[in-house]
Design a protein around this ligand. Sequence first.
Ligand code: HEC
Length: 453
Amino acid sequence: MLHKLKYLTAFLVIVIAACQNTAQLPSANEPVLFAEHIAPIIYENCSKCHNQDGAAPFSLISYDDIASKAKLIAYVTANRLMPPWPADPTYTHFANETYLTDEQIQLIKRWAEEGSLPGDTAALVQPEILEKKWSNGAPDLIVRMPKPIKVPGNNTDLFMVLKIPFELPQDTIIRAIEFVPGNKRLVHHVNTHIIQFNASKKKNLQAGKFMVNQDQTKSTSIHKELGLLNDDGTYAPMTPSVSNYLPGAQFSFYPDEIGGFRVGKKNAFYLNDMHFGPSPVDEIDSSYYKIYYGVKEPKRPVAEFQIGTLGLAPVEPTLVVPANEMKTFHIKFTVPNDISIVNLVPHMHLIGKRFWAYAIKPSGDTIRLIRINNWDFRWQYFYMPKKMLKIPRGSTIFVEGDFDNRASNPNNPFNPPKLIAEREGSMKTTDEMFQLIITYVPYQKGDELIVLE
Ligand code: HEC
């Protein structure tokens, strides 16, 4: 009986799912319409990047935006260039995953071929309202750079360390900080920390330089030059990694009780560091931050660690890839405490080819983390599990990565190929890195049930 019931429910679920699908799809002799069929797909899968503040260079929101690019959209979706989603969805799913089904791709193709008909566009939500939705609502505060950054057109990577001071009228709870890239083509990554000054120990928040070139100076003197120290030369408290950015990465909020922290009146963003990719012509960047305040007292601040390059466990063997070779490397790390993962960030550079991470529990069971079969340097995400992911103490995280330094690799920065290696502290895109960065909170009972979507 129970068996039959299960069978019946499964059957019903399939029927309902099938009905829902056909309800959205026009039949073969009905026209495909923008408002009815295409807009929902684009809003769900594209507009979160293709909006005025997003990572993409143009908006895909209004009918005109989208219809004018219909052919190109059909092409990039059919070839799965867009939406970019490097993680293998047959291995693990994530809260922020974005990929199209074959039916959706077909529908877009038909729409473009049939002349991109509008349908009932009057029934759609106004583009201005959508634009607001995609830009995560109005922030409570916007913090801009004191002046734009000049990126010289000399075809070399530029690494800057910056200080951006900001003052608040009172002690404030910060829920989240979003970095908005100015020059979207050039800004490669940013790691941002907040220094919280005690007003009595820091007279002039603006004292010191706004930015220094990372390559030129040592860290202790950088701190002095930027005026990051208290007036008496001591260090003020710092909250690390309050906002990080990588190519294609999107910002998202954690559930209420996760993350967040309190700051006083005098603060400074400490960007260690900000990396611009090489440019053949002089360019300008005016990136900025959006700050969202919180109401609830932050209970569970997030922390992060990284394994691999510059991390808690080394890359084995040493990350050296001779010219014309394809090599596999490993990272192995045993987790000392119960943790709940809220974000996974795989990181490699240009000749990275494949990235695979999983954990083995002390019981011998496997916890799948992430698999990327075709690494693409341009799309580096913060992968957020659908629910908080518990890794019990004593589990070992294994990471395996392939690096392809052959001429047949179109992403090889050198032609002919030459030896590429991890160089101590170098983040240059033409050197290599192999890292897994994990953002987590110490595990609490029930975390497995907390939904991150
Ligand atoms: C994660 C962010 C993101 C998502 C999601 C995304 N895009 Fe993009 N898209 C970009 C960026 C960034 C570019 C700039 C070009 C590049 O770097 O490849 C781009 C470029 C494009 C281009 C121009 C390609 C060219 O060759 O000029 C098209 C067309 C496009 N996207 C369509 C889409 C469509 C359609 C979707 C949804 C089905 C989508 N994108 C989803 C970030 C995104």
